[in-house]
Design a protein around this ligand. Structure first.
Ligand code: SF4
Length: 344
């Protein structure tokens, strides 16, 4: 493994040396087949390359790889920088930066740090199952709270509710933006394409609980999967469920298939929906993104539904809104990428 390559695609120097890696496995049903590579990172706050197109410049990612195992995840590519497999290896070889909280606290206290917004969940999910064991996020949120440093989190993990009290304390002193990803509500599709994640319904319960506790939560409706999750009925039931959860916003985003994710997704498609392979090849013939006409169609439909179901300006006291999906832009990281993250 090329540990010296673990730089998140940032301007930071290599994060740690090979001598600082401890490899562990846990013989519990939850972690069977998963290998954890515990490392002491050299840095944890990363500058986003090409930040001008993004709503933030700094990220914190305590993990690499993700047991949520979404077939379409484009963070898969980043595993190849470590000479790790981007398919099953991405789902089961998890790098854990065990000193993330202390590194962050040190950085926030540095005189050269000016309290910029920090985004989390932008590469892989910081509330994936590993977080239940390693508990890095409480220390991270506590550091941000203590320095009143604004931050945002994007997740599919219900584990975020464990840290509800900390999030509330942070929200009392700084800007906190939470978004949950729910691209569809179809159970059969969820089980095969996002096999390691909590169900869409449980994720929407997270939105509901956060909202009930005074923490506004948006939904990144991502990815909308062509021909599998994009029928008028599917879009309708998804947006209705999002509205019923009390989400403060909905941001639709069509599936994109960048190298690393594309091969893995197309293999999955061949196995589960072989009749769609040709249609996908045509739809994504131009590269990683579906054509603009398709994206606009989906976005328009979702916005109309969001207005109908009451997610939008002027509804229910005007506090909720639809977020316009930015034009697709190349970005490193996960499928529900920072360019699309709505900061509330
Ligand atoms: S899309 Fe998000 S939740 Fe799914 S595997 Fe990638 S990082 Fe994990």
């Amino acid at each position: 493994m090329r540990w010296d390559n673990l730089t998140e695609g940032t301007t930071d120097a290599a994060l740690f040396g090979a001598d600082s890696v401890t490899t562990r496995t846990f013989d519990t049903p939850e972690f069977r087949g998963v290998t954890f590579h515990e490392i002491r990172a050299r840095s944890i706050v990363n500058r986003v390359p090409g930040a001008s197109r993004m709503p933030f410049e700094w990220t914190v990612n305590p993990y690499r790889g993700c047991t949520h195992a979404c077939v379409y995840c484009f963070a898969r590519k980043t595993h190849s920088y470590l000479d790790l497999d981007t398919g099953l290896g991405f789902d089961s070889q998890i790098v854990v930066k065990v000193n993330a909280p202390e590194l962050l606290r040190r950085r926030l206290a540095d005189r050269r740090w000016h309290g910029e917004h920090i985004a989390m969940g932008t590469n892989v999910d910081c509330y994936q199952r590993a977080e239940g064991r390693y508990r890095l996020m409480p220390g991270i949120i506590a550091a941000l709270r203590d320095h009143a440093n604004p931050f945002s989190i994007l997740t599919k993990g219900t584990l975020i509710l464990r840290d509800l009290d900390l999030l509330r304390e942070a929200a009392a002193v700084t800007e906190v933006g939470i978004s949950v990803s729910v691209g569809f509500t179809d159970q059969a599709l969820w089980r095969t394409v996002e096999p390691g994640t909590p169900s869409p319904q449980r994720r929407l319960d997270v939105v509901r609980t956060l909202t009930e506790h005074g923490i506004g939560c948006g939904v990144l409706m991502a990815p909308v999967i062509p021909y599998l999750g994009d029928s008028p009925a599917a879009l309708r039931s998804t947006v209705r469920a999002i509205a019923e959860s009390g989400a403060t916003s909905v941001t639709p985003l069509v599936l994109h298939l960048r190298p690393g994710a594309r091969e893995w997704f197309m293999a999955w498609l061949s196995e589960h929906h072989p009749h769609l392979v040709r249609r996908y090849e045509r739809l994504y013939a131009g590269g990683a993104y579906a054509p603009t006409w398709y994206q606009r169609r989906i976005t328009g439909q979702v916005h109309e539904l969001a207005e109908e179901f009451g997610i939008g300006p002027g509804t229910r006291g005007g506090a909720r809104r639809i977020s316009r999906t930015p034009e697709p832009a190349p970005a490193s990281g996960r499928d529900d990428a920072p360019t699309q993250l709505t900061l509330l």
